[in-house]
Design a protein around this ligand. Structure first.
Ligand SMILES: Nc1ncnc2c1ncn2[C@@H]1O[C@H](COP(=O)(O)OP(=O)(O)OP(=O)(O)O)[C@@H](O)[C@H]1O
Ligand SMILES: [Mg+2]
Length: 393
């Protein structure tokens, strides 16, 4: 590494023959020798190049070698260049130049001793190479330290993300377990009860009326299990971008009317009244199954969080948009929470008191967005909520 550093040397003397002689002495393949016939010339070279050392003739017309050294000492770029003065005068001159960076000044006497010149130059060039290599190493070290720091920061933020993901997974698992256990508990209790009746030959427990009610209850529990599993599958479809939309032509008003009929029993059970305002057909091309899923979730939410209040559903078109509104007079949602409820697993109003994974609105928004539409909410705490789905016609 050291040998690759090329060293530039500056020699200054007012006599060209002196310069040539000195150059011949110190020249080598890995050195570049610059010659200056005056202090002015030397200064301009000093500003252009980075020199390993300068050899200055002390006696020169105009600015002499000491004055030039004085100037070099006053300039940042040249302050640390080692200087060798060449002088014909006696030894007392040796110390005429004081105050220059210690150790960076030396003297040669005319007539020049070839060995002395060569060895001094060798020493300074070697010093220059070593300090240059050291600087490069320091720079490289600093660079690698910065890289390590950046890497460390990356690691730390990845760790935080991981911890959050693990926490979310654990929360999710416990919610899922709870949600799955509820319908399963219902089913197993029913089964045990029927087994008991059978063991006692209790035919009265299996009259056609009672059988009907049983099958209905079973169906509801099984359907809620299926819905849970479908919701979880939808989330993974959304994550992998595989939620597909299969549009067909249909009337949105008719779809909502049919859905409300399906929900009639649930409305009754929840003691909530519902009114539909859908006079005109609203025909368009959307994925019927998916849109039904969106509106079902809005109706379920209105039932869950509507506090038995009257629910109004409206279907209409406005310009190039089809709109479905579901409004309740229930507990309402604060402005801060309105932003959160469309995210996965976000449940804000009641937490564990009411069933649900906190996935319905997340999935609904993704479905509506996949149709090029929007789903928005208007609400205030205690004043109910209005959810509006806009679909392009
Ligand atoms: N009509 C509403 N009134 C008040 N709060 C609501 C209403 N609809 C939704 N929310 C709040 O938004 C949350 C998220 O709703 P979302 O439908 O995404 O999930 P969920 O109903 O809790 O569970 P899931 O739909 O997965 O069964 C609800 O938990 C509830 O706190
Ligand atoms: Mg819901």
């Amino acid at each position: 590494m050291l040998s690759t550093v090329q060293a530039k040397l500056l020699i200054v003397d007012d006599l060209p023959e002196n310069l040539l002689a000195l150059e011949a002495l110190i020249k080598r393949e890995d050195r570049l020798v610059f010659k200056a016939l005056s202090a002015d010339e030397a200064l301009s070279l000093l500003l252009q190049h980075e020199f390993a050392m300068a050899i200055l003739d002390v006696q020169m017309p105009g600015m002499n070698g000491f004055e030039l050294a004085e100037l070099m000492r006053g300039t940042e770029k040249t302050r640390n260049i080692p200087i060798v003065f060449v002088s014909a005068a006696g030894r007392e001159l040796n110390y005429a130049f004081k105050g220059y960076e210690s150790g960076a000044v030396d003297f040669l006497h005319k007539p020049l001793d070839i060995q002395a010149v060569k060895s001094k130059v060798n020493v300074f060039v070697e010093l220059y190479r070593q300090s240059k290599a050291m600087k490069e190493q320091v720079l490289a070290l600093e660079q690698s330290r910065r890289e390590q720091e950046a890497l460390l920061q990356q690691l730390q933020s990845t760790q935080l993300e991981l911890e959050q993901a693990v926490r979310m997974r654990d929360d999710f698992m416990s919610i899922v377990a709870h949600e799955v256990r509820t319908p399963l508990n219902g089913l197993i209790l029913e089964t045990q009860l029927r087994k008991m009746h059978l063991a006692r030959n209790n035919a009265a427990a299996f009259t056609p009326d009672k059988m009907h009610a049983m099958v209905d209850r079973d169906e509801r529990q099984i359907n809620s299990l299926i819905r849970l599993i479908e919701d979880m599958l939808d989330v993974s479809r959304i994550r992998t971008g595989k939620l597909s939309i299969r549009p067909t032509h249909f009337d949105l008003a008719a779809l909502v009317r049919g859905l409300l009929q399906n929900f009639a029993q649930q409305f009754e059970a929840a003691e909530a009244s519902v009114s539909l305002d859908a006079e005109q057909p609203v025909n368009g091309s959307w994925d019927e199954f998916r849109i039904e899923q969106v509106i079902s979730n809005l109706l379920t939410n209105a039932l869950r969080y509507g506090a038995k209040s009257p629910i109004t559903v409206k279907v209409y078109s406005d310009g190039d948009q089809a709109l479905v509104e579901v409004q309740d007079q229930g507990i309402g949602i604060s402005e801060d929470n309105q932003k959160r409820i469309f995210q996965q697993f976000e449940r804000v109003s009641v937490k564990e008191a009411v069933a649900g994974l906190g996935l319905g609105l997340f999935i609904s928004e993704q479905i509506v967005a996949a149709h090029g539409g929007t789903i928005t909410v208007q609400s205030r705490i205690g004043e109910g909520a209005l959810f509006r789905v806009c679909l392009p016609l």
